[in-house]
Design a protein around this ligand. Sequence first.
Ligand SMILES: Nc1ncnc2c1ncn2[C@@H]1O[C@H](COP(=O)(O)OP(=O)(O)OP(=O)(O)O)[C@@H](O)[C@H]1O
Length: 301
Amino acid sequence: MIEVLGLHKRYGNFTAVDGVSFEVSEGEVFALLGTNGAGKTTTIEILEGYLRPSGGTVRVFGRDPADRGALRSRIGLVLQESGLFGDLSAAETVTAWARFTSGARPVAEALELVGLSGQASTRVKRMSGGERRKLDIALATLGSPALLFLDEPTTGLDPEARRRVRDLVKDLAARGMTVLLTTHYLEEAQELAGRVAIMDKGRIVTQGTMSEVLGRGSGRVAFELPAGASPEGLPVGERDALTVTGRRCVIVTAEPESVAHSVLGWAHGRGVRLSGLDVRQATLEEVFLDIAAARGQEVRT
Ligand SMILES: Nc1ncnc2c1ncn2[C@@H]1O[C@H](COP(=O)(O)OP(=O)(O)OP(=O)(O)O)[C@@H](O)[C@H]1O
């Protein structure tokens, strides 16, 4: 659905996107993540046909995204800033939008799809931030597009509203919609996306399936140090890092399963039982912070 090969975008002398390549296939939820100013919005705006690339190839449904007339009915856009009219109700907003949308679903169905049936006659200016975001998504999906761009769909929402918007995105993906998502909430990307690319300073620094990317981060093995045992003899590899807080030991390691195995062997050899054992892969947030630390910069997510 999307092919990006060696994409460059320069603003004057400044290179905002510096040789980016990725693909998004039908039915995927693909997350494009990165530090502030990494080039995500620039990349998405090129894919949406709003900006022209300085170099490289970009295809959406096999076409140049500048050919917006041909692509319009197949793509839904949820931009960072929505441009809703405060004095219209939710139903009036959808009705007005339907005039410009070919094959628009009925208004009641569009509101039902995003869980806004109860707010049909509520004016936009009286709606909560989460409800407005859902209305944005109702408009973007009004013509049942095959591809949906979601640029930071949950930024600024409270946790409950974020949860509702996430559930909605999951529901749309389950109906077969292909989604390209950007977000600064990494747990959101981890929950929604099957594949992910992380950008920094105009380049993709890692990409792959979610499990591949998570597997590249450091996992954690945590447990309570048994009474009478000292942490000195714990089987901690050269590339692993042990921290002990009170009796709680945490080993950060690229190989959490094998370290857990060694730690259990260590406990068994001493005839002690490990309590509170917790073995887990890196989270996407940890992978992201590891990458940023390795690149020597401060990150705001
Ligand atoms: N029109 C422009 N002229 C000059 N520089 C620009 C322009 N638009 C964007 N930039 C710069 O290009 C870089 C990439 O911006 P972009 O908005 O694509 O980043 P982003 O990854 O979406 O960031 P954020 O997460 O903060 O939204 C930034 O350094 C930004 O200042």
